[in-house]
Design a protein around this ligand. Structure first.
Ligand code: PCD
Length: 806
């Protein structure tokens, strides 16, 4: 050892492993406009397809005349349901066990539904072709309101289901009913309500919205007739699932299908589902023998590919007069639109809505969900949420505030009184989940201290007095929310997609000179996997993160995995990465023992290599081990240094957090100002604190959008009222509040590195926090619940309804 010998700290820093705020390696290309997105892929002879769409929400399609369109110079084909029937693809299965029209077959069921697919030499010509297709419609009565969808006289939407009294999830009560899903003990819950000192009941709606990633959904399909192979470039959050589903449906052998998800410009759940555009571009390529590209525009994205939410939750809590909760009863009316195309694991028709007991120790609970058809776009994706957990968190967090108001208790105090205690973990919830770990009291108290909660409440009380005296027209709201997420789908025993078990995978291959490549079954859409996955490997096996290339998204090279959504990548693939690294480390240890001429047990791991216990100078670094593994392995050992792990987690992970929002609202204009927003997140072991902060900022911005204005609205005839960014709220830097972030660390006991997901948490905790702030502001004027989104107009209307403005 001499002055040149790096210290332990220097060696550790060089790895840029877990805990390091490593700069995002993918940003080198993204910030220079060098990303490679689907629309950047250009194949020789490529054609472009686009859709004729329905102007009506509900109509019979009497005829489609393609003659004129086919005469437009440059138009090569017009595909209709009749064309698709020849390959048995006029309808396709949905992830929720329903079927969905790929192109209108006899009827249209929502505005902008795909009616015909025009294929042309370029996109403009395709558009001309669309205008030349003649469709004759006969308008039918639309069913827009979910609350009347099951009325006796409601129009029949799905004629294909006539006479079917059962669906994928049990009996159907009405021709527009999809399923009823119940969880929990009804009798015990009803009994708790009969005994309760205090109860509350409120209809809490979570309006329809849309993930609207900057890059819309797109695909480029190329069928090679000679080889019989289909190559699909697409905006896919789960490329392997696409390959398997295509193999099953199109009957092309799976090894002859190549699915490539290149860079993705945001997913947020929008790129989980299968859309008519994907199917049509594949069929069009088979028909024309040329590559065919389909790229959605913004209006098409907002109005036809997968909406989110649209849950109407009648919520009741039973409690003692001291404020101890004794029972929870929730009924959800779920508007699924024209087809049940919800993207949930197969067994969960309402996703993980049964996490609705939240962070509280409810002894009993009961949940019932009724799904109904309406003349709206299909979907129901987890827009930055793990399969309906955001609806669940909104439901319980609003309800706890309403209960606090009724009891005359402080909302933070009510939560502290009912939290699951640290010593109760692993905790079995009344609706069937086993929460892995948590320390809610510590997180909540840290939040209250950091923001000076008591001081803020005092200020609010003074402001309310001033308002009453007529000295100000501003009201102040404090939004408290405490959420428990459920992420990491998932143990294959509870979670599958169309029978495909939900594990994930990683393959690591180290090269002789000590660098390597890791291929993972997930698919980043901006989350930074190329950065963080290498950090896990760096810490596990002592190879600097910079020396590991991370690859995802190509089904020819990546091991089979279920993709990225529901914040599952860290809980599932993150574990697979650590396990694959540990297999490599075990082989490396055998090599080191042989080289250092000691027994394996006499070695210990030291940052970037092995050393002989008690002999600090007898070391063998991981880089040297890589060389030896290939060129001079111990006798009898196979050369090479690589490993693969398929990880089926034993449980999900349960991140949590304590958020606070301070908001001022001018009652005369409804204009609000978010004065402060504090977010404490606990996602267990933190891989990259800077990326986590970025994830929280992004998720809070989306939560802000949803709570304060973002909505997909329909008029009575089924016209979409928010089909572009003029009417659909996307906050820019101007509207976005400043975020304060904080954390506690409660590792997951079952995850190899103790990490939980975090990407969705800020959306799950953020929406109720904003909504609670608005509701808290108005509560002293006698209001109990105001529905989202809380835009200026609605705030003003609320003030008007409460009689404080004329
Ligand atoms: N992390 C760390 N640590 C921890 C955790 C985590 O570091 N502990 C990090 C990781 O690594 C990554 C991130 O962070 O990178 C995230 O993660 P997670 O949580 O695991 O998640 P993922 O799976 O990866 O992802 C997913 C998510 C989601 S789901 C969503 S919506 C969103 C988020 O993610 N999306 C997006 N975020 C984001 N970002 C961006 N940029 N973009 C996008 O798109 Mo869904 O269901 O789909 O709805």
């Amino acid at each position: 050892m001499n002055d040149m010998t790096p210290t332990r700290e220097q060696r550790e820093a060089k790895l840029e492993g877990m805990g390091c705020k490593r700069k995002r390696v993918e940003d080198i290309r993204f910030t220079q406009g060098r990303g490679q997105y689907v629309d950047d892929v250009k194949l020789p002879g490529m054609l472009h397809g686009d859709f004729v769409r329905s102007p009506y929400a509900h109509a019979r399609v009497k005829s489609i005349n393609t003659e004129k369109a086919l005469k437009v110079p440059g138009v090569l084909a017009v595909i209709t349901a009749e064309t698709l029937k020849t390959v048995n693809l006029a309808w396709m299965p949905t992830l929720a066990g329903d079927v969905q029209m790929v192109l209108a077959d006899g009827k249209v069921l929502f505005q902008n539904q795909e009616v015909a697919f025009v294929v042309a030499t370029d996109r403009y010509t395709a558009d001309d072709g669309i205008n030349a297709v003649e469709v004759e419609y006969e308008q039918l009565e639309p069913q827009i309101d979910p609350f009347t969808a099951m009325d006796p006289g409601a129009p029949v939407l799905r004629e294909d289901l006539t006479g079917k009294n059962t669906g994928a999830h049990g009996p159907r009560k009405h021709h527009n009913h999809i399923f009823e899903w119940t969880v929990g003990d009804k009798d015990l819950t009803d009994a708790a309500f009969r005994k309760a000192d205090v109860t509350i009941k409120e209809m809490i709606s979570y309006h329809r919205t849309h993930p609207s990633p900057l890059e819309t959904c797109q695909s480029l399909c190329s069928f090679d007739k000679i080889k019989g192979e289909l190559t699909i470039y697409g905006t896919f959050q789960a490329p392997h699932v696409v390959r398997t589903v295509v193999a099953l449906i199109a009957k092309i052998p799976e090894h002859k299908i190549h699915v490539i998800a290149p860079d993705i410009g945001g997913g947020f759940g929008n790129k989980v589902g299968v859309y008519p555009g994907y199917v049509c571009s594949a069929v069009a390529s088979i028909v024309t023998g040329k590559p065919v590209k389909w790229v959605e525009d913004r209006i098409e994205n907002l109005t036809s590919t997968s909406f989110a939410r649209d849950y109407h939750m009648t919520t009741e809590i039973a409690a003692t007069k001291e404020g101890k909760v004794t029972g929870l009863r929730v009924h959800v009316l779920a508007d699924h639109g024209a087809f049940d195309a919800c993207a949930d694991p197969s067994k969960w028709p309402a996703g993980f809505m049964n996490i609705v007991t939240g962070s509280y120790d409810f002894p009993v609970a009961h949940l019932a969900v009724d799904g109904v058809y309406t003349n709206k776009a299909p979907g129901g994706v987890a827009y930055r949420c793990s399969f309906r957990v955001t609806e669940a968190a909104y439901c319980i967090e609003r309800a706890m505030d309403i209960l606090a108001q009724k009891l005359g208790m402080d909302p933070a105090e009510l939560r502290l009184k009912n939290f699951i205690k640290a010593e109760q973990f692993p905790y079995q919830s009344a609706l069937g989940w086993e929460y892995d770990s948590g320390d809610y009291h510590t997180a909540m108290k840290q939040m209250m201290e950091k923001v000076d909660y008591a001081g803020l409440r005092k200020e609010q009380a003074e402001k309310r007095e001033a308002f009453r005296r007529g000295e100000t027209r501003e009201i102040m709201g404090l939004g408290v929310s405490f959420f428990t997420e459920i992420v990491g789908a998932g143990p294959s025993k509870n979670c599958d997609i169309l029978g495909i078990a939900m594990f994930d995978s990683c393959e690591i291959r180290l090269h002789p000179t000590g660098s390597g490549v890791a291929r993972v079954g997930t698919k980043s859409q901006g989350q930074g996997h190329e950065t963080t996955w290498a950090q896990i490997i760096a810490t596990e096996i002592g190879i600097p993160a910079d020396d590991i290339t991370v690859e995802e998204g190509n089904t020819d090279t990546a091991p089979y995995g279920l993709g990225t959504y529901g914040s599952r990548s860290t809980p599932v693939a993150g574990a697979a990465i650590a396990m694959a690294a540990r297999k490599i480390k075990a082989k490396a240890q055998m090599i080191a023992a042989y080289k250092l001429e000691v027994h394996e047990d006499d070695l210990e791991w030291d940052i970037d290599g092995f050393r002989v216990k008690g002999l600090p100078e007898k070391v063998l670094g991981m880089k040297d081990i890589c060389w030896i593994a290939y060129n001079a392995p111990p006798p009898g050992m196979e050369p090479g240094l690589e490993a693969v792990s398929y990880y089926d987690p034993p449980n999900m992970t349960y991140p949590f957090g304590a958020y606070l929002c301070v908001m001022d609202i001018d009652v005369d204009t409804g204009v609000y100002k978010v004065r402060r927003f504090y977010a404490l997140d606990d996602c267990g072991t933190r891989i990259n604190p800077m990326i986590i902060e970025g994830q929280v900022h992004g998720g809070l911005t989306e939560a802000f959008a949803i709570a304060m204005g973002q909505e997909i609205r329909y008029d009575d005839t089924g016209n979409v009222m928010s089909g572009s960014f003029v009417d659909f709220f996307i906050p820019t830097a101007v509207e976005t509040p400043k975020w304060e972030t904080d954390f506690t660390v409660t590792p997951s006991p079952h995850h190899p590195i103790g990490a939980k997901g975090v990407g969705e948490s800020p959306n799950v905790g953020g929406v109720p926090c904003f909504s609670n702030a608005v509701n808290d502001a108005f509560s002293f004027l006698g209001s109990t619940h105001i529905q989202m989104p809380h835009d200026y107009w609605r705030n003003w209307q609320a003030a008007k309804a409460l009689g404080v403005v004329g």
